[in-house]
Design a protein around this ligand. Structure first.
Ligand code: GLN
Length: 490
């Protein structure tokens, strides 16, 4: 019997089991998380808002369904909180921007509908870098989130609220979005599991768009098992997102329970060069050895074009962002400047007052790269190079089943350490960005701690739509080491 004061420490699958066996109700589970949020979120600041009454109503409905034997799935009654770029009808969606301060979503995102159909308690709204642009959550207009392992350090970003909430045990499961690493990097810095699915696996309908050819929604949790379960719920073709793919969704949670034969993992030599922190290197080497000892074959591979992934990403992502963010014009969606005297003023001042520095920088860069005269030199070349990056991966996957790398070159850094220097911030995504450019699935799993007790993450990259295999390889490691279960003291 679980001590009720400890409910908030459980994983999604433990909560599911406890609800099924009647150890506790969804209302008790939800109350446990709400009181945990009240206890620690002043320090962590993972949440931008939460609707207590709505969460408790959803929990009570779940308990009623259970009492009448009509649960909607294994996660019925389990809370899942959302990055504040994913629409939930009637709830705020700020994208951590001043410009959307007063906005409320008029409809549910497809992932939110899917969660509701699974009986999940759709919970609070999580902090991020404004419009998901950043790697530290320092770009939030509502103040940063702190890393639960060391409150003086960043939780990573842009989904820093989503990773910190799981690490601080303020939510068992959360969703984030990943355009260049925004799920995997904060998962790594906070010591939890985070996964970016294949581009097209999960509908983007109802996600505030940053860079539409790169954005994907994905789960955070303490274990790979929970990530598999949550991914299964949110995946699938959606006629409302023309880039979602009509491929069937296998039961990932069943797939990882099957016996799995060790396979071949690739180690890209370009990822193991300079710039990696010593503790990170040591941890990754131990993980490589772990797989070897289990009978996996580890081979060196080459992804020669990856060194171009950061410049390519910052041309393509900013171009798409400048176009996507054009809709925030002071007319629809957003706050309108009170200082505008004519129509042009409405656009210029509303955007000037509403957007933060990084968002402005990206809109300007993106518009520049798309302008006539520069389009061929920047945007078109970046698109061509993107194809070369994808080809590198295709070639690698002729040899190996998955690719193993660090998730981030360093553990969590201190506030202010990189925020004055955008380029050094951009470089912290060196290991994650190429996966988005190639549209492939990637997962970060906790694989160790630094000497100072900061978490370290390992990344596994898989073939398109082979999430089942990728999760099995990750689960093999994670079910034995269970490092995402270690809890920071707060
Ligand atoms: N850190 C990268 C950026 O700033 C990636 C962000 C993301 O994945 N949303 O663009």
């Amino acid at each position: 019997m679980t001590d009720h004061s400890e409910i908030f420490t459980l994983t999604g699958s433990e909560l599911s089991d406890g609800l099924a066996s009647g150890q506790f109700s969804s209302e008790e589970v939800t109350k446990s998380y709400l009181s945990r949020i009240k206890e620690v979120d002043d320090k962590v600041h993972a949440f931008l808002s939460y609707d207590e009454e709505d969460m408790l109503d959803q929990a009570k409905s779940s308990d009623q369904r259970r009492a009448s034997g009509k649960i909607l799935g294994p996660l019925d009654g389990v809370p899942v909180c959302l990055k504040d770029v994913i629409s939930a009808k009637g709830q705020p969606l700020t994208a951590a921007s001043k410009i959307l301060e007063k906005y409320r979503s008029p409809y549910d995102a497809t992932v939110t509908i899917k969660l509701k159909k699974a009986g999940v308690v759709v919970g609070g709204r999580l902090n991020l870098d404004e419009f998901a642009m950043g790697s530290s959550t320092e770009n939030s207009a509502y103040g940063p989130t702190c890393n639960p392992w060391d409150l003086g350090r960043v939780p990573g970003g842009s989904s820093g609220g989503s990773s910190a909430a799981v690490a601080a045990r303020e939510a068992p499961l959360t969703l984030g979005s990943d355009t260049g690493g925004s799920i995997r990097q904060p998962a790594s810095l906070c010591g939890v599991v985070g996964m970016k699915p294949t581009y097209g696996r999960v509908s983007r309908y109802g996600l505030a768009a940053f860079a539409s050819s790169l954005d994907q929604i994905g789960p955070f949790s303490q274990t790979v098992e929970d990530t598999a379960q949550l991914l299964e719920i949110i995946s699938g073709h959606d006629p409302l997102d023309s880039t979602s793919y009509p491929t069937p969704v296998p039961s990932f949670s069943n797939e990882i329970r099957q016996p799995f034969k060790p396979c071949k993992l690739g180690l890209p030599k370009e990822f193991f060069g300079t710039g990696m922190d010593d503790d990170v290197r040591k941890s990754i080497e131990q993980s490589i050895q772990w797989y070897r000892d289990k009978g996996y074959e580890l081979v060196e591979i080459s992804l020669p074009t990856t060194e171009l992934s950061i410049p390519v990403y910052y041309v393509i992502a900013t171009a798409e962002a400048s176009s996507n963010l054009a809709r925030y014009d002071g007319i629809r969606y957003t706050s309108r400047s009170e200082h505008a005297e004519n129509a042009i003023d409405v656009y210029a001042k509303s955007r000037g007052e509403g957007f933060g520095e990084e968002v402005k920088r990206r809109c300007i860069l993106g518009a520049y790269g798309l302008s006539s005269g520069y389009y061929d030199a920047y945007y078109l070349r970046a698109q061509k190079t993107r194809t070369l990056i994808r080809n590198d991966f295709d070639k690698a996957f002729e040899q190996v089943d998955a690719i193993l790398t660090p998730t981030s070159p360093t553990p969590a850094f201190k506030f202010g350490e990189k925020s004055e220097d955008p380029i050094s911030m951009y470089l912290s995504d060196i290991y994650t960005i190429s996966t988005n450019l190639a549209g492939l699935p990637g997962i970060s799993i906790p694989c160790g701690f630094t000497e100072n007790g900061l978490p370290i993450g390992m990344q596994l990259i898989g073939q398109a739509f082979e999430e089942g295999k990728l999760l099995s390889i990750a689960h093999d490691y994670d079910r034995e080491l269970q490092l995402g279960r270690s809890q920071p003291s707060l």
